[in-house]
Design a protein around this ligand. Structure first.
Ligand SMILES: Cc1c[n+]2nc(N)[nH]c2nc1OC(C)C
Length: 324
């Protein structure tokens, strides 16, 4: 049965590789039917030899039974919110406050510019490379344990794709529901006389708050990572953009609209470009998040009580004001 164990390990490795290519690199190497065939081959082998089943096998996404409730989790590093800007002038003022505070002012000032996805912020903890725990942001200090539901999200790896994983790595990101999946979900709900959701954000929130992971597993949710919390047993790169690239390299999905921009004019150009692309992205965003890229400068600037001094969300006018 060593031969069976080896065959099972090889199938898991192959499936993880194809999940990474499909969900993270958007570059599938095999047709979906071939992936499904491999998946069901592994499922059958594990059913025939249950002694080889492991919690982070690609077949083990959907938890067995519904929870009675959600446990509370206290974030070791608080998940803070963001200060907002609603005009170029407010963004200029944000940059001026940074320039006035920094002892040594690099020229140009480099920003990591990201779309601000309209979903739910979550924290996902990997222990020795295995998904161990996940929580909602909650009030920033305490959130709800949604580990069982997070495990069902197909583009979140159950195991990091690296041979020497950090002892502990906390990935922070947004769980969202793409517009196409949202419309299909509401169509089905309507046809079955069930409750429909007002918008993709509410649908994502409702799906993550399901006590039964089997229900969450049927919902078209996705994660896009935007930062790192706890990181032990690894030396992280010294810029935010390089950290996101590193996350992507070990299997964590990162949004592909993220860009580095040198200087304020290029940042504002990013903001306008994303605004023009907004209706065609396929998922809801409510603005951009513009961050000082250099980690040492972030640490020098620190946080105001509730939000970092080094990042700002520059929002778009509320969607209702514009025709969709
Ligand atoms: C609350 C939040 C939300 N978002 N969304 C993105 N894309 N980045 C990002 N960063 C955040 O906070 C960090 C600046 C700490």
């Amino acid at each position: 049965s060593e031969q069976v164990a080896a065959q099972i390990q090889q199938l898991r490795k192959t499936l993880r590789y194809h999940e990474y290519q499909y969900h993270v690199l958007d570059n599938p190497q095999i047709p979906d039917a071939e992936y499904d065939r491999l998946f069901h081959q592994l499922k059958a082998l594990e059913q025939q030899f249950p002694q080889f089943i492991e919690a982070d096998s690609p077949t083990q996404r959907v938890g067995a039974k519904p929870l009675a409730g959600f446990a509370q989790i206290t974030h070791e590093i608080p998940m803070l919110s963001l200060d907002n800007a609603f005009s170029d002038e407010e963004f200029y003022a944000f940059v001026k406050r940074i320039q006035d505070r920094l002892i040594l002012l690099p020229e140009p000032l480099t920003f990591c510019c990201e779309p601000k996805l309209d979903g739910l912020a979550v924290s996902i903890l990997y222990v020795n490379g295995r998904l161990a725990q996940a929580a909602t942001r909650g009030d920033g200090t305490t959130g709800e344990d949604i580990t069982a539901n997070i495990r069902t999200i197909r583009n979140i790896p159950l195991q990091l794709l690296t041979d020497n994983p950090p002892a502990r790595l906390e990935v922070r990101g947004e769980v969202f529901m793409p517009q196409a999946g949202f419309e299909k979900l509401n169509e089905t709900a309507l046809a079955k006389g069930e409750k429909t959701f007002a918008n993709p954000r509410n649908a994502a929130a409702g799906s993550l708050r399901q006590l039964d992971p089997k229900v969450t597993s049927q919902r078209p949710l996705m994660l896009n990572a935007y930062g790192i919390g706890i990181a032990e047993g690894v030396t992280l790169p010294d810029t935010h953009f390089a950290r996101l690239q590193w996350l992507k390299s070990i299997g964590i999905p990162v949004n592909n609209e993220i860009r580095l921009c040198d200087g304020v004019e290029n940042v504002l150009n990013f903001y306008r470009t994303i605004g023009e692309k907004r209706s065609g992205l396929g998922y809801d965003i409510d603005g951009t998040v513009l961050k000082i890229n250099d980690i040492a400068l972030q640490q020098e600037l620190g946080f105001i009580s509730k939000a970092p001094r080094w990042a700002i969300a520059y929002k778009f006018p509320a969607q209702e004001e514009l025709t969709r």
